[in-house]
Design a protein around this ligand. Structure first.
Ligand code: ZN
Length: 448
C-alpha cells in the first residue's frame, strides 16, 4: 500500500453497501493469503494460519499467533460495515403525477437533508433461485438513477428562518424517471443480466432483495492543501480500512507474526440499528469464531478440560479495540462539545469515554491504547460528551458484554457523521493504521 489516503478512498468507493464492503475486505484478505473458512465446517488451526469467515454483512479474519489463544489471548479490532442510508421497501414501484418513484425508508440515524439533490444509485444483494437452493448475489446499478429533489425556495419561503422539516414517508421518495415502463424488477434484472453477459435476468429469478441508495460522487481528497477527506460512509468504513490494513501489514516472519497472541478483526453489520441481528455485534458471530479458534488450536489428542475452557481462558487474556469514528469539534457549533474534550481533525486517534458505558473504555483499556500510541509517537485525543447531552454508542460495549473481553472505544475524528457525504482528515489515516499495527504486534497482558 503506497498512499494510505488514496487506498482508503478506493476502499470506500468499492463498498457502497455492507455486502459490498464484505466482498471488498474478503478480496483484499485473499490477496494477502487469508483463506476462507465456512461456518458449516469443522475448524482446525495452526500458528501462522490466516483465515476469514463471512456471515451476511459481517466478516471476521484472524492470524493465529505462536501460542494457543488460551495461553496468549486475542488482539481484536472491531468495526462496522453499515452506514445510514435509504433502503428499498418490498413493493417498490410508486407512480405519482407523471413520475416513476421508488418506495424507500431510512436505515439508521439518517441526516435526511443530506440525501436531497444528490446523484444516487442503488446497490445491495438479491436472492435468486440456484438449483434446489438459494444464492445471494451482489448488485450495483453504478450509474445515477435516483434523486430525491428538494423543494424550490419559492414554494417554501420560510425555509431558512424556520429550518427544513422533512417527513421520511412523504418527502424522501426518490424520483427514478418519467417512463411508464420503469420498474425496480427491470432495473435489477438488467443489472444482473449484464453481469452474466446477457440482456436481462428473468423477473422470476429474483426472490427478494436488500437494496439501498448510495451517492455516486467518488470519495475525494480536498481542502487547500489536500488535508481533508470527503467521502460517504467514513463512519465506519474508515475504521474497517485501518484495521484491515494493520492486520494485513503484519506479514509472516515479521515481528507481528512472531507475536504469541492471535490477531483478529471483526466488522459487523447492523451497528447503526442497534446490532441485534444474526450477523450483528449483539449476536453470536464473534464469540462463535473465537470459541472455535480457541478450541480448534488444541494440540492433537488434547481433549477434556483444556479444550472446554479454551475460550474463557483466552477471553481473560484478550483485548478488543472497538474502532469507530469520533466527533471532532465543529467550528460553527463548538458549544455542542464538552469544553475540555474537543477532538480536532488531523490531530490523531480519539479515545472515547462514557462513565455510563455507552463506550466500553475503562482505565485498563485506555491505558493500553495510550501506551500503544506512545509506542508509535502519537498523542491520543480524548472525547466525552457534554454532561447535559446524550452520548452515541458503538459495538464496543455490546461486544465487551457478549465476549467478556476488555475493550477500548477509539476512532479518528470526523465531521458530518451520518451525512450522505462525511468529512475527515487525511493526516489521521496513517497514524490509526500504525497504532492498530502496534496493537496487533503487542503481547501486553491485561492487568491480573
Ligand atoms: Zn459508526
Amino acid at each position: 500500500m503506497q498512499d494510505p489516503v488514496a487506498d482508503l478512498l478506493a476502499f470506500i468507493d468499492r463498498s457502497p453497501t455492507p455486502h459490498h464492503a464484505v466482498a471488498t475486505v474478503a478480496a483484499l484478505l485473499e490477496e494477502a493469503g487469508f483463506a476462507r473458512l465456512k461456518e458449516a465446517e469443522v475448524w482446525s488451526v495452526a500458528p501462522g494460519d490466516r483465515r476469514y469467515v463471512v456471515r451476511g454483512g459481517s466478516i471476521a479474519a484472524f492470524e493465529i499467533g505462536s501460542a494457543p489463544p488460551a495461553e496468549a489471548g486475542f488482539r481484536i479490532v472491531g468495526a462496522h460495515t453499515d452506514s445510514p442510508n435509504l433502503r428499498v421497501k418490498p413493493n417498490p414501484d410508486v407512480r405519482a403525477h407523471g413520475y416513476a418513484q421508488l418506495a424507500v425508508e431510512p436505515y439508521g440515524g439518517v441526516l435526511l437533508h443530506t440525501w436531497l439533490d444528490r446523484d444516487l444509485s442503488l446497490a445491495g444483494r438479491v436472492v435468486v433461485r440456484d438449483g434446489t437452493g438459494l444464492r445471494s448475489e451482489l448488485v450495483d446499478l453504478e450509474r445515477p438513477v435516483l434523486r430525491v429533489p428538494s423543494l424550490a425556495i419559492h414554494l417554501n419561503r420560510e425555509l431558512n428562518q424556520e429550518g427544513l422539516k422533512l417527513n421520511a414517508q412523504q418527502h424522501m421518495v426518490p424520483v427514478v424517471g418519467l417512463s411508464e415502463k420503469i420498474s425496480l424488477a427491470r432495473l435489477i434484472g438488467d443489472a444482473i443480466g449484464g453481469k452474466r453477459g446477457r440482456k436481462s435476468a428473468k423477473p422470476t429469478e429474483v426472490l427478494a432483495y436488500d437494496l439501498m441508495t448510495y451517492d455516486t460522487q467518488p470519495a475525494a481528497r480536498a481542502g487547500a492543501e489536500g488535508e481533508l477527506v470527503l467521502a460517504p460512509r467514513l463512519d465506519n468504513l474508515a475504521s474497517c480500512h485501518a484495521a484491515l490494513r494493520a492486520l494485513i501489514a503484519g506479514r509472516r516472519g515479521s515481528a507481528a507474526h512472531r507475536a504469541a497472541s492471535t490477531r483478529a478483526i471483526v466488522f459487523y453489520d447492523h451497528e447503526e440499528v442497534g446490532s441485534r441481528s444474526q450477523a450483528g455485534a449483539a449476536g453470536s458471530f464473534l464469540a462463535d469464531v473465537l470459541t472455535r479458534v480457541s478450541a480448534g488450536f488444541a494440540a492433537p489428542g488434547a481433549k477434556g478440560r483444556t479444550a472446554e475452557q479454551a475460550f474463557e481462558r483466552a477471553a481473560s487474556r484478550s483485548w478488543l479495540v472497538s474502532a469507530d469514528m469520533a466527533h471532532a469539534v465543529h467550528p460553527n457549533y463548538a458549544d455542542r462539545h464538552e469544553p475540555g474534550h474537543r477532538p480536532v481533525l488531523g490531530r490523531g486517534p480519539v479515545i472515547k469515554r462514557n462513565v455510563n458505558q455507552s463506550y466500553a473504555t475503562d482505565a485498563e483499556s485506555a491505558g493500553l491504547f495510550t501506551s500503544l500510541c506512545e509506542e508509535v509517537g502519537v498523542t491520543p485525543q480524548h472525547f466525552v460528551a457534554r454532561s447535559d447531552l446524550g452520548c452515541g454508542s458503538t459495538i464496543g460495549p455490546i461486544s465487551a458484554a457478549r465476549g467478556g473481553i476488555r475493550t477500548v472505544d477509539v476512532g479518528n475524528p470526523m465531521l458530518s457523521m451520518h451525512s450522505c457525504r462525511e468529512m475527515a482528515a487525511a493526516a489521521d489515516v496513517a497514524p490509526m493504521i500504525e497504532v492498530l499495527r502496534a496493537f496487533f504486534a503487542s503481547d501486553v497482558r491485561p492487568p491480573a
